[in-house]
Design a protein around this ligand. Structure first.
Ligand SMILES: *Cc1c(COP(=O)(O)O)cnc(C)c1O
Length: 241
């Protein structure tokens, strides 16, 4: 299977999900998740017209991003999608154009400081742990709609983050739990969309992006309003590590 062939199938599935939900395919950005895959595969994907790439480890991105940049005449956009240790915030603010995985106000503050230092405002998504799984990163958001104390804590955290001068909060991101059928992921995606509406109403800010949907569940995520899907295996094949 070539990347071009795989991509065609992804576009087809996105188009079908858009038809089912009355959405325009242009309203969805495809981020190709190239983690564990070499720079050559990124170049092959870029030659197919892909413009957005996602990585989850700073150490890997520090090597891959310059390698890819050196060989492309049209720059691509790099998205940090993985958990970030605070001590790596400087590198992240320098290497990436987007960050999907802002999961604490401490990290947000550091990213903001380093962005200000570089004279820029970094577009970010707030990662929400909507499913409540313990092993998952993200701001604690499970039960935000039922439990006033969870809601208050989450709202406080968001209030601190939106005031930071170096960040532009573009939306919310989540990862669905691993489930048997993608239909089982739907409540998590729906909850993230509802949380977005609630935050927009409370804070009077625009949160245009919902970063949700991966290889196993993106058609359902699109039906539930995703604007950014993060796809690895369906484009590049299985990862070895
Ligand atoms: C690896 C990864 C993806 C892509 O996963 P696939 O199942 O290969 O599509 C998306 N989002 C995050 C945060 C990831 O770490």
């Amino acid at each position: 299977m070539t990347i071009a062939h795989n991509l065609e199938r992804v576009y087809e599935n996105v188009a079908r999900a858009c038809t089912r939900s009355g959405r325009a395919p242009e309203s969805i950005t495809l981020v190709a998740v190239s983690k564990t895959h070499p720079a050559e595969h990124v170049l092959e994907a870029a030659a197919c017209g892909l413009q957005h790439f996602g990585e989850n480890r700073v150490e890997e991105a520090e090597i891959k991003i310059p390698l890819v940049s050196a060989q492309l005449s049209i720059p691509v956009t790099w998205h940090m999608i993985g958990h970030i240790q605070s001590r790596k915030a400087r590198e992240v603010a320098f290497l990436f154009q987007w960050v999907h995985s802002v999961d604490t106000s401490k990290l947000a503050t550091r990213l903001s400081n380093f962005s200000v230092e570089q004279g820029k405002r970094l577009p970010v998504m707030l990662e929400m742990n909507v499913s409540g799984e313990e092993a998952k990163y993200g701001l604690q958001a499970s039960g935000w709609n039922e439990d006033p104390s969870i809601r208050e804590q989450l709202w406080n955290e968001v209030r601190q983050i939106i005031e930071l001068p170096g960040l532009e909060i573009r939306g919310l991101m989540t990862m669905a739990p691993i489930v048997d059928t993608m239909e089982q992921a739907r409540p998590v995606f729906r909850s993230l969309a509802q949380l977005r509406s609630a935050l927009v109403e409370s804070f009077g800010i625009a949160l245009p992006e919902l970063s949700m949907g991966m290889t196993d569940d993106y058609p359902v995520a699109v039906e539930e309003g995703s604007t950014i899907i993060r796809i690895g295996r369906a484009i590049f094949g299985e990862r070895e590590s």
